[in-house]
Design a protein around this ligand. Structure first.
Ligand SMILES: [Zn+2]
Length: 161
């Protein structure tokens, strides 16, 4: 079974990348800010949901449970660590199955959703479109996604074979 994750506030970019890779990833950004006991809240959510808590806070990661301290400040480096620790699959192909903003599972976009989208690409031929029913966002594999995939593939262990 695939792991699911909970990312702390320092890891917003990593959360997006994990969602593009189709990992169910909640972000601490969705919690009300200013809770002085947020660490405890995060550990509680991770435990009750069976999620691995990802953090840049070394102290928090020491408090036991399924908690991983990420060494790198950079999201690509963080993905590399997750691959190296066997927490995500080394196949870093982008899936477009999950909204990168809200984590909800995407569905196939309807024609009127594509037509009504101001940022849809002009050339729609051969492109597959997905839709987030929660935030009303349109997704497709474009150059932006290809660039990210390229970047992530740099860290695949199989590279250079
Ligand atoms: Zn969404």
């Amino acid at each position: 079974m695939k792991n699911s994750f909970l990312a702390d506030r320092m890891l917003g970019t990593l959360a997006k990348y994990l969602r593009f890779l189709d990992y169910d990833t909640l972000s601490a950004d969705t919690l009300e800010p200013g809770n002085t006991r947020e660490d405890t809240v995060l550990l509680g959510i991770a435990r009750s949901d069976g999620r691995i808590l990802l953090t840049r806070d070394r102290e928090l990661s020491c408090r036991g449970g399924e908690c991983v301290f990420l060494e790198s400040e950079d999201a690509v480096g963080q993905v590399r660590q997750l691959v190296e620790e066997g927490l995500i699959d080394p196949d870093l192909t982008l899936r477009m199955h999950r909204c990168s903003v809200c984590n909800h599972v995407l569905r196939k976009a309807k024609q009127d959703e594509i037509d009504g989208c101001s940022y849809a690409p002009k050339d729609k031929a051969g492109k597959k479109f997905a839709w987030c029913p929660v935030c009303g966002r349109l997704y497709w594999m474009g150059s932006h996604a290809a660039n990210l995939e390229e970047k992530l593939k740099e860290i695949s262990p199989g590279k250079g074979d």
